[in-house]
Write a protein that binds this ligand. Structure first.
Ligand code: NAD
Ligand code: UPG
Length: 521
């Protein structure tokens, strides 16, 4: 690490910033110990000027603290410029998010030095169209990240709150999501009702925002954001109540199978996964649980359950982790789909998988040009270099940020560079910031949809709420085979909206889905 720091002109700090587990701010504030440790290490080792890029998600004003630590501990004559460059990629799609980001935020100090450093960092993103690189103040950039996650999670909590009303009234949440998503002021992303959101970011970042609001004595603001997390907890518990009710008000000694343990598909990450709450709630009813996940290793599942309050011996008496999905389902009273893995779905395949909810799905379904929103990365600009400047600085990356294993060629070459720079990255770059272009991407979804006729739109709705009958070619679960081994009546609880309930009912299953009226209605 010391040698990487020495060689680098520009250092990305992407260490973990989890929620504090003890002390003041426990369960809300970000634990910045890893961030401070990385900062101190850089200060200790750096022998020449460096640009430090705050990549981790941190509370507003962390850059100022970072600068104080750096300045108090650096070698004489060494200067640092701290930038904020929050990461917006999602797990499971990190490489495509990196290659084609909606925006890259660069927050800097307003000084000439800050502007130079920001310009230097912008050149690292050589493949990103210029207008998507947004320059702003350090504090705005830091807060934008927490704000974006809070707003995204708020949408999921909003749709999940509505899903409870749907179950109680007979409305269908998929139709509500579809209808609302067509309003371009609302849009279709993050409107899929589910058993609740998980992952290492949403809960942590909203709680960090709550703590920030409380520190600023803004208790109403804190309460508002806290309610987004509260609805998520409610949603996770609501499903358990429905399961108990459907299974004749007792789960004692029944076998319940949980399909999927990761917090979403295409990742083995289990941090804050809703499956943990499901296991806890169902175990409290004295039932037996079988778990199957295509990617999460068995020890990781035990570790999550123990870290979340379970005792290993007791857990092992009642929980079995399977490597074969049919064994997991065999003899089961009910199956709960907790993760939207494609292999569990019996819906029609779309280009992005059976449960996809994307503009290309909609455009394809209505016969419009599915590539309309695609902006070719080959047209990326941002290659101008001020006279006498370093075109790309030597870079070090500390920590994770879901760092993809395959990086764009320009980044690869930057990381592998092995010369030892004696120059200052701040001196050698131009001091003028590139102009701040208008932000935002104009989606053409709604206008494209309006070109389709009524029958095309009906097909689209069918695709969202039930599939179009096209059979899959993937290695997907054979629900007919599952049915042969289950106890009767056979229940399936779709926590992710990935199942075609009608097809399953033909096999004899009783199907309950989030936001769709069922036996309890
Ligand atoms: N996971 C994501 O998809 C994602 C997306 C956007 C932003 N973020 C943010 O990025 C940050 C990292 O998240 P993550 O999920 O990659 O975390 P992670 O826990 O998976 O990875 C963090 C890494 O940092 C290393 N580390 C800790 N202290 C260190 C130190 N002092 N020096 C060097 N390395 C150190 C750890 O060993 C670990 O490998 C967080 O602030 C998170 O909120 C994550
Ligand atoms: O309509 C939706 C969309 C997502 N989810 C769930 O929400 C959680 C988070 O999903 P997603 O946002 O896709 O994954 P993350 O990898 O957690 O990414 C979020 O958190 C990252 C870390 O801060 C940010 O960089 C990303 O922009 C932000 O989307 C998962 O449990 C999903 O199953 C839903 O229930 N309904």
């Amino acid at each position: 690490m010391a040698s990487a720091i020495t060689k680098a002109d520009l250092i990305f700090v992407c260490v973990n910033t989890p929620t504090k587990k003890s002390g003041i701010g426990k369960d809300y504030a970000c634990d910045l110990k890893y961030f401070e440790a990385a900062t101190r290490k850089i200060a200790e080792v750096a022998a020449n000027d460096k640009i430090i890029v705050e990549k981790s998600t941190v509370p507003c004003k962390t850059a100022q603290r970072m600068r104080e630590i750096l300045e108090a501990n650096c070698s004489p004559g060494v200067r640092f410029e701290v930038l904020s460059n929050p990461e917006f990629s999602s797990e499971g799609s990190a490489v495509s998010d990196l290659l084609n980001p909606d925006r890259v935020l660069i927050g800097s100090d307003t000084s000439a030095m800050g502007a130079s450093a920001a310009a230097c960092l912008s050149r690292v993103y050589s493949w990103v169209p210029r207008e998507r690189i947004i320059f702003m103040s350090l504090w705005s950039s830091e807060l934008s990240k927490l704000a974006a996650n809070a707003l995204l999670a708020q949408r999921i909590s909003s749709i999940n709150a509505l899903s409870a009303i749907c179950e109680a009234t007979g409305a269908n949440i998929n139709e509500i999501s579809y209808a609302c998503g067509l309003d371009r002021r609302i849009g279709y992303h993050m409107l899929k009702a589910s058993v609740g959101f998980g992952g290492s970011c949403f809960r942590k970042d909203i709680l960090s925002l709550v703590y920030l609001a409380e520190s600023l004595h803004l208790s109403e603001v804190a309460d508002y954001w806290r309610s987004v997390v509260a609805i998520n907890e409610y949603q996770k518990c609501r499903l358990t109540r429905r399961i108990i009710h459907c299974l004749f008000d007792t789960l004692t000694d029944k076998k319940i199978t949980i399909l999927g343990f990761s917090y979403k598909k295409d990742t083995s990450d289990t941090r804050e996964t809703p499956a943990i709450t499901l296991v806890q709630n169902i175990l409290a009813e004295r039932s037996k649980i079988s778990i199957y996940d295509p990617q999460v290793p068995e020890p990781q599942i035990w570790q999550e359950l123990v870290e979340n309050g379970g005792k290993l011996e007791e857990l092992k008496n009642r929980v079995t982790i399977h490597h074969d999905v049919y064994e997991a389902c065999d003899g089961s009273d009910a199956i709960i789909v907790a993760t939207e893995w494609d292999e569990f779905s019996n819906k029609a395949i779309t280009p992005n998988g059976p449960s996809a909810w994307t503009p290309s799905t909609i455009l394809r379904a209505v016969g419009a040009n599915g590539n309309r929103n695609h902006i070719p990365t080959s047209q990326a600009v941002c290659s101008e270099t001020a006279p006498g400047c370093v075109s790309v600085p030597a870079i070090s990356i500390f920590g994770g940020c879901g760092t993809p294993s395959r990086l764009p060629a320009s980044i690869d070459s930057v990381i592998c560079r092995d010369d030892s720079p004696s120059r200052s990255p701040m001196h050698s770059v131009g001091s003028r910031l590139p102009p701040c272009a208008p932000r935002g991407r104009q989606g053409s979804l709604v206008s494209s949809l309006s070109t389709g006729g009524a029958s095309e739109r009906a097909d689209t709705i069918a695709m969202f709420i039930g599939g179009d009958g096209e059979e899959n070619k993937m290695n997907r679960l054979d629900w007919g085979r599952v049915a042969l081994g289950m106890r009767k009546p056979m229940f399936v609880f779709d926590g992710r909206g990935i199942l075609d309930a009608d097809k399953l009912r033909k096999l004899g299953f009783r199907v309950e889905a989030i936001g769709v009226p069922g036996a309890g209605y």
